[in-house]
Design a protein around this ligand. Structure first.
Ligand code: TRP
Length: 443
């Protein structure tokens, strides 16, 4: 979106599409199956759904309230509201966008490699060997460079709006393709083991792995809903006063959840049918499963090609937004030409991304999920609950038919429950991340 002009959304649907477009991406189709597989399947799913609805949903309302009230992006919003010394909370989000861009582009590069693999038939034989050969090393760096170059070109060329309009078609396409794969997967022999792993929670697993499931599930919830980055603040800054924030937010959260759940319904039966369950495929979970499926389907290469092209669009619509956040910040602070900044910031993110492209995607991913996002959300919740308080309730109340009681419940939830849960998550996340660093889990 062009941050230079300030119009309001021409329609409520336009806003919802933009927000869903930001939310739906590699987080749903790559990260969600990967996190679920690595954290015990349904045990993770239960905690994740609680995180999305009990913490993510109210947090999205905070970002919407701040954005609509201030009519500013997340960095200038706080001073506009009269609390300039909270600007750092917006800056953390910009920083999170930058770090995320560096590894998101690496995964975007994997998608490019899978598009090529659909043409050449490269992944038809052994799907996990193919993943191994493209996911790290020089091939991965080259594809990461191409993905970042496309992202930079779109942002620098000022054509991001066009791409974002295109995502309107991409979301239905993703839904149809995933649903088709899910139906096909259900016919595979062995699929039931996949459903069992995905859907029937073992509460013993939740109990034993609680301290690792919680930070991953919460991080995944924030990441997939694009919370903590300040993008939802920026989107809501274009909203008219008479839209219902809880109503819009509910639609966005539910649609985003449907896409992720569908991805799981496609991935897990296929994994089970190919004996690749139980998390051994790690970050490759979705790619290995889907490529394995395309290898067996009639016209699989064509379907695979279409699927990965659609996924590329979903990834690009996210990456351009991830680049725009830090780029606009630099443009505002230093008054330089926009295209130069887009190139500069993009190149630095590319260089940083060389590290994850050599096999450290998990490290970057966990740093964002376990540390940056909980910190960002913790601060905006404390701000909304304790500093902005009553005015936040006022803003939330505009355009909704919900009563005063619901507003007050939200305020107290944001004051007490969200900060306590997120602070606890952060503590677990930092502890796990540190443990991973010293016990060699990342290296
Ligand atoms: N939610 C996106 C996804 O699931 C990723 C994302 C996180 C994002 N923060 C963002 C996208 C900011 C755009 C802007 O893939």
């Amino acid at each position: 979106m062009d941050m230079a002009q300030r119009e309001t959304w021409t329609s409520r649907v336009g806003f919802i599409f933009a927000a869903v477009g930001s939310a739906v991406g590699l987080g749903n189709i790559w990260s969600f199956p990967f996190q679920t597989a690595s954290n015990g399947g349904a045990a993770f799913l239960v905690v994740y759904l609680l995180a999305v609805f009990l913490i993510g949903f109210p947090t999205m309302l905070i970002e919407f309230v701040i954005g609509r009230r201030s009519k500013q992006n997340a960095v200038s919003a706080f001073s506009e509201l009269g609390y300039g010394n909270w600007t750092f909370a917006g800056v953390i989000g910009v920083f999170a966008s930058f770090i995320t861009l560096s590894f998101y582009s690496v995964v975007g590069g994997w998608v490019l490699n899978y598009i090529v693999g659909s043409v050449t038939g490269g992944y038809l034989g052994d799907a996990s060997t193919f993943f191994g050969s493209v996911s790290s090393g020089t091939v991965a760096v080259a594809a990461h460079a191409v993905f970042m170059a496309i992202t930079i070109a779109i942002v620098a060329g000022g054509v991001a709006d066009g791409i974002e309009r295109a995502t309107k078609f991409m979301i239905p396409a993703i839904l149809v393709l995933l649903a088709g794969l899910a139906v096909w997967g259900s016919t595979l022999s062995g699929a039931s083991a996949g459903y069992a792993y995905y859907l029937s929670p073992d509460f013993g697993v939740i109990a034993t792995n609680f301290t690792s499931i919680v930070p991953s599930a919460m991080g995944q919830a924030f990441f997939t809903l694009s919370l903590g980055f300040g993008v939802m603040v920026a989107y809501a800054s274009y909203l008219g006063r008479d839209d219902s924030l809880p109503g819009d937010s509910a639609i966005i959260v539910v649609l985003n959840t449907i896409v992720a759940l569908l991805a799981g319904f496609a991935v897990f039966p296929i994994l089970a049918a190919t004996d690749a369950l139980t998390g051994s495929t790690g970050a490759g979970t979705a790619f290995v499963a889907l490529a394995g499926a395309f290898g067996q389907l009639p016209a699989g290469r064509i379907i695979g090609f279409v699927f990965f092209v659609v996924l590329l669009f979903a990834a690009l619509s996210s990456s351009i937004s991830l680049l725009e956040a830090p780029a606009s910040y630099v443009v505002d602070s230093y008054d330089t030409e926009r295209w130069k900044v887009a190139v500069g910031v993009g190149v630095v993110a590319f260089l940083l991304g060389i590290v994850p492209a050599y096999g450290y995607v998990g490290l970057f991913n966990d740093f964002v999920f376990n540390i940056l996002l909980p910190i960002a959300v913790l601060f905006i919740a404390l701000f909304a609950g304790w500093i902005y308080g009553g005015e936040a309730v006022d803003e939330l109340g505009r355009g909704t038919s919900l009563g005063r009681g619901a507003m007050t419940a939200w305020l107290w939830w944001v004051r007490v429950v969200v900060p306590i849960v997120v602070a606890y998550t952060l503590w677990l996340g930092v502890t796990n991340f540190y443990a991973g660093l010293v016990n060699g889990a990342y290296f």
